[in-house]
Write a protein that binds this ligand. Sequence first.
Ligand SMILES: [Zn+2]
Length: 440
Amino acid sequence: MPSYGPEVLGPPPRDPEQKYWDPEIQTMEPEKMRALQNERLGTLLRKIFDNPVPLFKDKLVAAGIGGPEDVKTVDDLQHVPLTVKQDLRDSEAADPPFGQYRFTDPRAAVRIGTSTGTTGNPTISLWTRRDIWIEYESSARTWWRYGYRPGMIATHAHPAYLYGGGPMLSGSYEYFGMLNIWVPPPDTDEAAEQGLRFWTRVKPDIPFMGFSTGRFFEVAAKLGIDPKDAGLEFKGMPGFGMGKGMPLMTAGAECYAYVGGACGQLPGAHINEDWGVVQAVDPATGEEVADGEWGDLVVTTLDRDNGLLRYDLEEACAILREPCPCGETSIRGLWGGRFKDLIAVQGTRFQANEVESALRGVPDVTEPTLEWQMVRPVDETRPVTVRVERGSGAPADDAEVARKCAAALRDRLGIDTVIEVLDRETIPRSGYKAARVVDE
Ligand SMILES: [Zn+2]
């Protein structure tokens, strides 16, 4: 590897036919991987006590862990207290602006960002060059699994500026060697049009826009742009059917954005175990739950300049360990959503995205895009109010549309609903994640 020059901005080239981005790591024997994790965990613990990193050190000492030698292996992690987002927030508030949980001087970092902060004050994330490199390498394993290759044209519409997600995705595509078209998030029709018009000039091979994809289809229909002319013919990740879980697993920008990616052969995402210990934990006991059962997603990052120890994302995760026919040897993780987003009503619990999946089965409301909203239930015994915009081909009779939606939701979730059918563009649009559950 060159130590200076343009080559240092990217990885050494690979044979496009090779099966894995990083064969040595991705097919490493589990015992050898565990030894690597233990070694890197030791380094993390020594830094916590030696630097020191007060937030983590104080927690360890309070739990009777007097030094790095008390946490020798991944198995010892069960005795290490969990840290949640509120701990980071409190630390930043008590000792502004960065708190007492950083491993490096903030000026040793080159990038700064904040979490989206949908609930509470956003926390500050810092990345050194090494931390960014680990994210880029981690994402490269996933892009390679999807069949992406250097030389392709990728596009996205991630939010930018203080939110760290956009620069991370753009940087990861460029590092991988793809031509990266970063268009503005479609917050307004004008912003969406900018992206659409550009894609009609330079067509992306990979038009994956995540949450905002529907918005572009909607605006394209208004402007009379054929989505095909803008390269928007995305039919899902190659090989990823429904029910196999999310193709990409994330532990948030503040912890580990590209913690794992799915191969599509077995459910779940292959975890980058060399750079993180990912556990499904019962928060009451600190112990891992049985394989395949839901626990809290808890991540300990490894080998970074700025790490997190036993970070509990307060999201649902399950771990799967059966060997995967794809040949990768890592454990796999399933992501089950944020516990905070779980809706409990009429004796059942579900995620908002399950409402969306159910409504997708009703063609009267899905064209050109499905737009819906539900009111967070206050009385658990009452029917849930769900609003949905009339689709372009819907019958004139709203009652019929409502009846179909209610039946789909009863079928899928076993709940009673009151459906309000609305005109198009009644529900507020968002360029990133639309608010689907509202408090009234
Ligand atoms: Zn696999």
